[in-house]
Design a protein around this ligand. Structure first.
Ligand SMILES: [Zn+2]
Length: 262
């Protein structure tokens, strides 16, 4: 039986939270023994910690403010995140980074929140959970300034091109792969690129409830993604890397434990 850790679950999202006991049970049954709950705001990070306290064997979390919500950043945010980061269940800072796709928060606010969270991760010597969409150039530029001070960092839900991947690997980033790779239309580039990710830098995640893998047969009746579907992502990555599912599962489990110190 394979054993996996889902390194990115938005378990505080209502669609998962309302059914959380069943979601946890189905994850367990599918071999997804542990999950990292993504903190996307001060409130949601607090909720994530609450969930960790309820399911201590299965959950750890991050705490951070997502680029979409960066305009929420205020005078108390840094102190709030710093206090939460002291909790035993919090294993990384983030989700943070830049998302210029729809600019839900103005770029300047995103850059400020990103810089503050990089500084926090550096001072606490904690890993960083990053998000980048349509902002690669600026993201790499800002990351470059902090890279020496940071320990481990992951660019989660990587969907960018070869050049971006090479930039991240040059900066010694871990790469998080989601069900995007299972998409027979828009996942084609990623299917080629996963061959270039070194064994020790690959992490797997569902990013649930988003990005339901399209290779699940029969198709689930709901479009809600959940951690129990992580093996479908594992299978797809293993296929495109030309590896056995068992070997890849062992590698990713090892990487997840090393990255989050679980
Ligand atoms: Zn994200």
């Amino acid at each position: 039986m394979i054993e996996l850790i889902d390194i990115g679950v938005n378990l505080t999202n209502k669609s998962l939270l309302q059914d959380v006991d069943a979601v946890m049970q189905r994850a367990e049954n599918a071999g997804v023994k542990q999950m990292v709950v993504t903190g996307t705001s001060v409130t949601e990070s607090r909720q994530a910690i609450g969930l960790c306290e309820r399911f201590p064997r299965q959950l750890v979390s991050t705490c951070g403010i997502h680029p979409h919500l960066a305009s929420e950043w205020d005078a108390s945010s840094l102190g709030d995140l710093e206090a939460m980061a002291q909790q035993q269940c919090v294993h990384a800072i983030g989700e943070t980074g830049l998302d210029f796709n729809r600019n839900y928060s103005p770029p300047a606010a995103q850059e400020f929140a990103f810089q503050q969270q990089m500084g926090l991760a550096a001072s606490l010597k904690m890993p960083l959970f990053c998000h980048q969409r349509d902002a690669h150039r600026r993201f790499v530029e800002m990351l470059g300034e902090y890279r020496d001070q940071l320990s481990r960092l992951v660019v989660h839900c990587f969907t960018d091109n070869r050049e971006a991947l090479m930039d991240y690997l040059d900066l010694d980033c871990y790469i998080g792969i989601t069900g995007w790779i299972c998409d027979e239309r828009r996942g084609l580039d990623l299917q080629q690129l996963v061959k270039l990710i070194p064994d020790q830098r690959l992490l797997l995640e569902t990013d649930a409830p988003y990005l339901l893998p399209r290779n699940i047969e029969p198709k689930p009746s709901s479009r809600i993604n959940e951690p129990s579907y992580l093996p479908h992502i594992l299978e797809k990555v293993a296929f495109h890397q030309g590896k056995s599912v068992e070997l890849l599962a062992r590698q990713c489990l090892h990487n997840s434990r090393a990255f989050f110190a679980i």
